[in-house]
Design a protein around this ligand. Structure first.
Ligand code: BG6
Ligand code: MG
Length: 218
């Protein structure tokens, strides 16, 4: 029986994925790396420094910068990103998601957040959703990042539930892999071609209800 939910944040609860994309694209332009749809998709779920490395690698430039220069590039991107998210309000919660989270809270299901983003506490605050979750995994305490399962293992620990009683929600292939590796039920939101390893899938957050999930789990 499912008793809890572990949520990715960016692209699941709110459409901050588009702001990450905007800020990384600007950085890629700055370091003269060609931006492609494939590069864009592959960055979803990947932590900050990991994303920078992937962008530089796409342009064969991973050896052109010192560690300190890379840290400066990553913080340039983050400053740009933080500007983009500074005006978020509860209206920016994705369609149906506020109702779904409320349904979970009302019916006694526990929820935690498994986001690679160090900005997650700030974003949840802006969306006025902090109190809806029993906890947020602190990504700075992880030894490995998505697609490694560690973040979803930790999210289940926050829920105090065994992994088989937890559904993980993700918009990225890296995240679905992490959920599957943790032994939880993976729920993908978005494109079937990208989320082909998800146990169940919804086209949009608007379709998320406990009844719709139960119907797909049979
Ligand atoms: C993930 C996003 O949730 O968080 C990635 O999908 C992002 O795009 C990562 O790079 C890290 O976020 P932040 O806010 O710590 O730079
Ligand atoms: Mg995501």
């Amino acid at each position: 029986d499912i008793k809890g939910f572990a949520f990715d944040l960016d692209g699941v609860i709110t459409d901050t994925a588009k702001f990450h994309t905007q800020a990384w694209h600007a950085l890629a332009d700055q370091v003269n790396v060609t931006w492609t749809p494939e590069l864009q998709e592959s960055l979803k779920g990947i932590d900050r420094m990991g994303s920078l490395e992937m962008i530089l690698k796409a342009g064969n430039k991973q050896d052109d910068y010192t560690h300190d220069e890379k840290v400066a590039l990553a913080s340039w991107k983050n400053n740009h990103y933080v500007e983009l998210i500074s005006g978020l309000t509860p209206d920016d919660i994705l369609p149906g998601m506020a109702d779904f989270i409320k349904e979970l809270n009302d019916k006694g299901y526990k929820a935690s957040v498994a986001s690679a983003s160090k900005n997650a506490p700030f974003i949840l605050d802006r969306l006025q959703l902090t109190d809806s979750f029993v906890g947020i995994v602190d990504p700075s305490t992880l030894t490995a990042n998505k697609p490694d399962p560690e973040i979803y293992v930790r999210a289940a620990e926050l829920l105090n539930l065994p992994p088989e009683q937890v559904i993980g929600l993700e918009d990225a292939a890296s995240g679905i892999q992490a959920i599957n590796g943790a032994g939880e039920v993976s729920l993908g939101i978005g494109n079937a071609e990208i989320l082909h390893d998800a146990d169940i899938r919804f086209e949009s957050t608007a379709d998320l209800t406990l009844a719709n999930i139960a119907a797909k789990l049979d």
